[in-house]
Design a protein around this ligand. Structure first.
Ligand SMILES: C[S@@+](CC[C@H](N)C(=O)[O-])C[C@H]1O[C@@H](n2cnc3c(N)ncnc32)[C@H](O)[C@@H]1O
Length: 241
């Protein structure tokens, strides 16, 4: 009797069970845990954050934006909307409390707001607050003891994984952040906010252009190239409109 042909080994990977777990990325995309871990390990900003004691790679986004636009100047009064876990605060504190160009060390002031508790960052005042609360602008001015020079926002709503929904949610946060900025900024002030590309940026741009002398969109190198996030930087607040 003829021998049955030997069974071929399956080397294609097809038909085999994938034992890795799916994880959700910060933007709500599903990714295998192995790929996610690989991405984290290969990301130079994740490694740099670990080496430099930063609370996350997001810190390098504000660092790069400020290196380019210079808004975190010595003595500046700053509001950080959506500050948890505190990476932007860690970058801002030494910059606003540095040697000024004219007379000695200038002392800045920074208020961080978030829905969640944040571990203290020396030199920053942190409040658990939904910035959409109706009296947030009054509280900010009270805590800063006056108007702000900079309002910055890295806020993100919890990601749904649905691109358009996430875009709409983040743009709603941005528009509300811009309204707060109009209420608390001093003339000449700066507004910096994370936006997601996806269609609704036009209205925000229009509104910002009415209120600031210059409005630009930038993607700092620390922002992942596969993410649709970018940052709007509006400088030269015109004051009450
Ligand atoms: C991407 S994280 C910010 C990271 C931060 N820039 C850093 O470097 O550590 C976005 C934050 O926005 C906060 N957030 C979202 N909606 C908010 C709201 N309505 N009021 C205050 N914070 C909000 C979230 O709780 C979250 O902690």
């Amino acid at each position: 009797m003829a021998k049955p042909p030997a069974k071929k080994k399956n080397t294609s990977g097809r038909g085999q069970r994938d034992l890795t777990v799916k994880v959700k990325t910060a933007r709500g995309r599903k990714m295998s845990s192995t790929l996610w871990l690989q991405r984290q390990l290969n990301d130079p900003y994740v490694q740099r954050a670990q080496n430099e004691g930063m609370r996350g790679r997001a810190a390098y986004k504000i660092m790069e934006l400020d290196d380019k636009f210079r808004f975190l100047v010595p003595g500046a009064r700053v509001v950080d909307l959506g500050c948890a876990p505190g990476g932007w605060l860690q970058v801002a504190v030494p910059r606003i409390n540095a040697l000024g160009t004219k007379s000695g060390k200038a002392v800045g002031r920074i208020i961080g707001l978030d829905l969640q508790e944040v571990e203290p960052v020396p030199g920053a005042e942190i409040h658990v607050l939904d910035f959409m609360e109706s009296d947030a602008d009054l509280l900010v001015k009270q805590w800063l003891d006056g108007p702000a020079d900079v309002v910055m926002s890295d806020m993100a709503a919890s990601a749904s994984g649905h691109k358009q929904t996430d875009h709409n949610r983040i743009m709603a946060l941005c528009e509300a952040a811009a309204e707060l900025a109009f209420d608390v900024l001093t003339p000449g002030g700066t507004f910096v906010a994370k936006v997601l590309a996806g269609g609704a940026e036009g209205d925000l741009q229009k509104r910002l252009k009415q209120n600031f002398t210059k409005v630009v969109n930038v993607k700092p190198p620390a922002s992942r190239s596969d993410s649709s996030e970018k940052f709007v930087v509006a400088t030269g607040f015109r004051g009450e409109s």
